[in-house]
Design a protein around this ligand. Structure first.
Ligand SMILES: NC(=O)c1ccc[n+]([C@@H]2O[C@H](COP(=O)([O-])OP(=O)(O)OC[C@H]3O[C@@H](n4cnc5c(N)ncnc54)[C@H](OP(=O)(O)O)[C@@H]3O)[C@@H](O)[C@H]2O)c1
Length: 316
């Protein structure tokens, strides 16, 4: 089968198309004929060598997959040959989904709703699941709350705005000016360009007495600066590495909670998100599809920045 393999860490050029043996499902696993695999920042970080302690070269990357079950291993009764599925692979593994076939644990795999395309389904797992965990599971967002989403124009952020709006919360979001119409159309009532010199003053002015939940999808000093914008009992939820020490003092007065999220994939959560999407309540934003062979080009496009929506690799 064709697969994208990196023999070493490095720039996009390390991604090679190789012919490799088709994998076989073991106990509790299924073999999926991959239709689509979306590209995430995690893939870029893996390729350039941010996770060398977990993944040794050579490796295949790709954590978001959709396709059709072609074979099932022993002990699998939740899935059958022919089922259309989508899932997040085990993260930080050597066997990613940029390939014609992929083997995964059945317990991580959700059935794809009819009416949801393979491309849209592949755009959901990591991005929509992370947004859900931040807002609902950690943020405990509810109707009438006020939520601030930093980084609303990215893969996670575009789902976060939509999920937050679905709960009935009032959404304030940061993004560059060029995509603010889109972010508002998805549910933000106020957008602020993070490049404005007075961006934080604007966010404070729209806090309406304090945000119940702040979602940090960008890092830097976002946690530290967001603490002073919270309502009493407010939550700051961050998904990004925090290489720099953050001052937390401003959170004391608000009895603030700070949550650091590293996504644990769940087929049940993903199935719920798939159903919301199939019902038209969530809208995947896929900017471009490319053939599997152009994985390196997909990485280059993402690294060049200034994009809105996912890039999805397709196998046929
Ligand atoms: N912990 C976890 O489990 C987990 C899960 C998923 C993702 N992540 C991480 O979370 C981050 C976001 O993921 P993603 O998939 O949404 O990435 P993405 O698609 O690359 O989006 C990042 C977005 O952030 C915007 N941005 C950059 N600086 C900003 C700032 N100062 N203020 C507001 N927006 C800013 C970018 O917009 P511009 O185009 O204007 O630069 C871009 O739209 C990545 O680092 C990813 O690795 C972590």
């Amino acid at each position: 089968m064709r697969a994208i393999v990196a023999e070493k860490y490095g720039p996009p050029e390390v991604l090679e198309v190789q012919n490799v043996p088709k994998p076989t499902p073991g106990n509790g696993e299924v073999l999926v004929k991959v239709e689509a695999a979306s590209v995430n920042p995690l893939d870029i970080q893996t390729r350039r060598g941010d996770y060398t302690e977990y993944i040794a070269a050579p490796f295949k990357m790709g954590v978001d997959v959709s396709g059709t079950v072609e074979a099932v291993g022993d002990g699998v009764d939740s899935l059958a040959v022919g089922d259309e599925v989508f899932y997040s692979t085990r993260v930080l593994s050597n066997e990613g989904g940029y390939a014609e076939y992929h083997v995964e644990q059945a317990q991580l795999i959700a059935k794809k709703p009819e009416g949801l395309s393979f491309v849209d389904a592949a755009s959901l797992p990591i991005a929509a699941s992370t947004a859900w965990v931040c807002l609902i599971e950690r943020g405990r967002l509810k109707a009438g709350d006020r939520v601030l989403i930093h980084g609303a124009s990215g893969g996670v952020g575009l789902f976060a705005v939509q999920i937050a709006r679905l709960t009935g919360a009032d959404v304030v979001a940061t993004s560059r000016q060029e995509v603010q119409d889109l972010v508002r159309s998805l549910g933000a009532y106020k957008t602020v360009d993070y490049r404005d010199a007075d961006a934080w003053e604007q966010l404070s002015a729209h806090s309406g007495g304090g945000y119940d939940v702040v979602i940090d999808l960008v890092g830097g000093d976002t946690i530290e600066k967001s603490l002073s914008l919270l309502a009493t009992g407010g939550r700051v939820v961050s998904i990004v590495d925090q290489p720099k020490a953050q001052g937390l003092y401003d959170g004391w007065g608000f009895n603030a909670e700070i949550h650091l999220v590293f996504l644990t994939p769940s087929a049940e959560r993903l199935a719920r998100l798939g159903n919301l999407t199939a019902r038209g309540l969530l809208k995947p934003l896929v900017e471009q599809t490319l053939p599997l062979e152009q994985a390196a080009e997909a990485h280059r496009l993402i690294e060049a920045g200034g994009r809105t929506g996912k890039i999805v690799l397709v196998t046929s």
